[in-house]
Design a binder for this molecule. Structure first.
Ligand code: GRG
Length: 297
C-alpha cells in the first residue's frame, strides 16, 4: 500500500463529493453559497471525510456509498471552524491558509454560512440515504450526537469557560478534548462503519471504531497543542502560538512539549490496538493514524 497515493485517492474523492453535493456558488443568494464554498474549498487535511471513506472500504465497500456521509461530516467540521474563528469566539484572521470567512466576507455572512453548512449536512444524509431509512436514521443520530450540545458544542462551551479561569484541571481538559475534538473523529469512523454494514441487521458499527476515534482524537488534539507551541503560522495555515499568548491550559502547559508528545504517542498506540481488533485490510487506516501523530500542520 502506497499511503501517499491512497490518501490522494481518498482526498480527490472528497473534493469531488463536496463539489457534487453542495449548492453551486451562483445559487441565490450567491453571497451565502459563495461563502459556504469559500471555506470548504480552501482545503484542510480532510481527515474526517477520509476516515469515513476508508472505514467504509475496510467494511468491504468499493463504490461511492459513503461519499454523502463524508461530505456531511466535512460540512459540520467546516461550520465549526467558521464559527470558532468569529470575533465572539477565537477571533482569528487565518484559516486553511486563507483569511477567515468573516474577514473575507463579514461576520453576519460567516455566521449564516456556518448555519447553512450545518443544516445542509443533515439534509444531505436524509436525502442521499432516503432509500435506506434505517441507515439514514443511524447516520443522522450519530452525527447529531457528535455535533450536539453534549459533545462538539458542549466541548466548545467548556473550552470558552476554561479560558476564563486561571487553570483548567486535567479532567476538564480531557472533557474538552474528548468532545471538542474526538467526538467528530469518532463519528467519522462510525459513519463509515454504519454505511459499511448497512446491509446487515442491526445497522450497528463495530464498537472498536469508537475506541479508535476516541484515542485518535485525543492524540490529534494534543499534537494540535504541540504544533501551536512549536510550528509557525505559515506551516499551520492558521495563527500559531495562540495558546501561550492567551495563557491557555493545554497539555503543553500542564506537562511540557516532550511529555505532551509522549501522551499523544500513548493515545496513538491505543488507537492502533483498537484498530488491530477489527477484521480486514487496515494498512491505510494504520498509516493514517501514524501520520496524524507525526503531522506538521
Ligand atoms: C463553534 C461549535 C463550535 C465548535 C468549534 C473546531 C472547533 C470547535 C474549534 C477549533 C479549534 C480547535 C483546536 C478545535 C479542535 C479540533 C481541531 C483540531 C480542529 C481543526 O481540525 P483540522 O486540523 O482542520 O482537521 P482542517 O482545516 O485541516 O480541516
Amino acid at each position: 500500500m502506497d499511503f501517499a497515493l491512497e490518501l490522494k485517492r481518498h482526498v480527490t474523492r472528497v473534493e469531488r463529493g463536496l463539489d457534487l453535493h453542495l449548492p453551486a456558488a451562483a445559487t441565490r443568494p450567491a453571497r451565502l453559497h459563495g461563502a459556504m464554498r469559500y471555506s470548504l474549498e480552501a482545503g484542510g487535511k480532510r481527515v474526517r471525510p477520509v476516515l469515513v471513506l476508508a472505514t467504509a472500504e475496510l467494511c468491504g465497500l468499493t463504490g461511492d456509498e459513503a461519499l454523502p456521509a463524508a461530505v456531511a461530516i466535512e460540512c459540520v467540521h467546516t461550520y465549526s471552524l467558521i464559527h470558532d474563528d468569529l470575533p465572539c469566539m477565537d477571533n482569528d484572521d487565518l484559516r486553511r491558509g486563507r483569511p477567515t470567512v468573516h474577514k473575507a466576507y463579514d461576520e453576519a455572512t460567516a455566521l449564516l454560512a456556518g448555519d447553512a453548512l450545518l443544516t445542509h449536512a443533515f439534509a444531505l444524509l436524509a436525502t442521499a440515504y432516503a432509500t435506506q431509512p434505517t441507515l439514514a436514521h443511524a447516520l443522522v443520530c450519530e452525527l447529531a450526537d457528535a455535533a450536539g450540545s453534549q459533545r462538539l458544542i458542549g466541548g466548545q462551551m467548556e473550552d470558552l469557560l476554561a479560558e476564563k479561569k486561571a487553570d483548567a484541571t486535567p479532567a476538564e481538559l480531557e472533557f474538552i478534548h474528548l468532545n471538542k475534538t474526538a467526538a467528530m473523529l469518532e463519528a467519522a469512523l462510525v459513519l463509515g462503519g454504519l454505511v459499511g454494514v448497512a446491509g446487515q441487521t442491526p445497522v450497528t458499527a463495530p464498537a472498536a471504531l469508537r475506541q479508535v476515534g476516541r484515542h485518535l482524537g485525543l492524540a490529534f488534539q494534543i499534537m494540535d497543542d504541540v504544533l501551536d507551541a512549536t510550528a509557525d503560522s505559515a506551516t499551520l495555515g492558521k495563527t500559531a502560538g495562540k495558546d501561550a499568548k492567551a495563557d491557555k491550559t493545554t497539555y503543553v502547559k500542564l506537562h511540557g512539549v516532550d511529555a505532551a508528545r509522549r501522551i499523544a504517542q500513548e493515545h496513538t498506540d491505543a488507537a492502533l490496538t483498537a484498530l488491530g481488533t477489527l477484521p480486514g485490510d487496515k494498512s491505510f487506516l494504520t498509516a493514517l493514524v501514524l501520520a496524524m501523530a507525526t503531522r506538521r500542520s
